[in-house]
Write a protein that binds this ligand. Structure first.
Ligand SMILES: Cc1cc2nc3c(=O)[nH]c(=O)nc-3n(C[C@H](O)[C@H](O)[C@H](O)COP(=O)(O)OP(=O)(O)OC[C@H]3O[C@@H](n4cnc5c(N)ncnc54)[C@H](O)[C@@H]3O)c2cc1C
Length: 417
């Protein structure tokens, strides 16, 4: 049964219409701001987190508006890449293994209901390791405990199964045969398509940074709209520091990340699925996704790049990174030595201090939720994040300590991969 707006809002205080007007130094909405519609929840940002949050809130009976400045899965968004890995292995960070398991179920259910099952490619994921490797050893233990299908393979078996890979100093690996990759921006658009079909109202609007002092009654857009709601979720990924400069300016670190696509030799199927799995070489902080539909063999350093502005940062890959990635590719995949670059992407991670997500109420307002900090591994978890945030908003209750703002420090000490 759908609750009334009054029942739904548990926190005290009156709605303050107009409280979200821009500060003088920020972009101001056009004159003649309209009164706007009222929703149970307004979600700002239709990346993977916002799209799933909006959809799950709608499924929970809420009237939801979803707003995005550039469009779902746009080229500037962190969710805007061609592909994203979905793996279950997370060392001993069991919550993320559980969320990956749950998310894969929900991704598959969504794709199936839309008749778009190919948005998940079950290529398998190969996690390479060298000797005594605590992270990989802990990963095996977690996968075993949670019953995730996996194999632990020694060097001889790796060489036999994947002769197109020169494993170099890697001596063993975990293989997750049921994991793989998601066709990322299409997947986000699929979530929004489903959410809209079920009644979420999508608005392509840029939201002005809100003035958060007590309960927020409405947000304003650059075009002059006003959107009223009982609860506001800001799932703006790398834009969170721009929306909340005082709160998050020093707690979310957007970094420049480069992605390269190499063209395998003509007629050579060894670098696409099913011959090639997703692979991760943790010791060299680099990973890749097989050549899918001729788009190229993707290789991306996972090391954090320099600080990056998601609106205006240059999206042209650098010759320096290209040359170091080429050198790695030539070593690990000898048949791709000197392969032509057929594409490149520059995206940004939106890192928290340690890689744990941010899911919390704004300290100055009970009805404002900043959600983000995907930290280079968030995409796969979109469905679980949506479920978790919707449950906190609908049922109440505090988020896990690891997601709280209080645990987000101002220096980066990455511990979640
Ligand atoms: C190169 C790269 C590789 C990655 N690889 C993986 C991977 O293999 N597996 C994995 O799980 N994760 C991966 N990630 C991480 C993952 O993609 C991100 O954590 C995730 O996409 C973040 O989603 P988000 O919804 O928080 O942010 P975003 O996708 O950035 O969405 C935020 C949205 O907010 C909108 N917005 C911002 N400001 C406003 C405003 N003022 N008004 C209205 N709208 C606004 C933007 O337009 C945008 O659409 C990778 C990231 C990158 C960059």
């Amino acid at each position: 049964m759908k609750t009334t707006r009054r029942e739904f809002v548990k926190s005290a205080g009156t709605g303050a219409l107009g409280a979200a007007m821009a500060r003088p130094s920020r972009p101001t909405p056009a004159p003649g701001v309209s009164e706007g519609d009222a929703y149970d929840v307004a979600v700002v940002g239709a990346g993977v987190f916002g799209a799933w949050i909006a959809y799950r809130l709608q499924q929970g009976g809420r009237r939801v508006a979803l707003l995005d400045a550039y469009g779902p899965g746009n080229a500037r968004a962190s969710s805007g890449g061609q592909t994203r890995v979905i793996r279950m292995g997370y060392g001993d960070q069991e919550i993320y293994t559980r969320w990956s398991i749950r998310s894969l179920e929900l991704w598959n259910a969504l794709f199936h209901s839309l008749g778009r099952s190919s948005l998940f490619q079950q290529s398998g994921v190969l996690w390479m390791a060298r000797g005594e490797d605590p992270l990989t050893t802990k990963t095996v233990a977690t996968l075993q405990r949670l019953g995730v299908p996996h194999e632990t393979l020694g060097r001889a078996e790796l060489d036999r199964r994947w002769p197109q890979i020169d494993f170099g100093p890697n001596t063993w690996a975990i293989h997750e045969p049921e994991s793989g990759f998601l066709i990322a921006f299409h997947a986000v658009q699929a979530v929004v398509q489903m959410a809209k079909a079920k009644g979420v109202e999508y608005l392509e609007e840029a939201v002005v940074p809100p003035e958060v002092k007590g309960r927020l009654g409405s947000i304003a857009t650059l075009s002059g709209k006003k959107v009223r709601a009982d609860v506001f979720v800001f799932a703006a990924g790398p834009w969170l520091p721009k929306l909340f400069p005082d709160l998050l300016g020093e707690r979310i670190f957007p970094t420049r990340q480069e992605v390269f696509y190499f063209g395998p030799p003509p007629g050579d199927s060894r670098f696409g699925p099913p011959a090639m799995p997703v692979w991760v070489d943790f010791a060299e902080e680099i990973y890749g996704i097989p050549d899918f539909k001729g788009r190229g063999f993707k290789v991306a350093p996972d090391r954090h790049g320099t600080a990056f502005d998601p609106d205006t940062g240059s999206r042209v890959v650098s010759p320096e990174t290209l040359s170091s990635v080429r050198e790695f590719v030539g070593r690990r995949f000898p048949a791709l030595k000197g392969a032509p670059l057929v594409g490149g992407e520059v995206c940004q991670y939106e890192n928290t201090s340690n890689g744990d997500f941010l899911i919390d109420r704004h300290p100055d307002s009970e009805n404002v939720w900043p959600v983000g900090g995907g930290s280079g591994h968030g995409f796969k978890h979109g469905p679980a994040v949506g479920e978790y945030v919707a449950a906190r908003i609908i049922q109440g209750g505090a988020p896990d300590t690891r997601f709280r703002l209080a645990t987000k420090e101002k220096v980066q000490k990455r511990s979640v991969y």
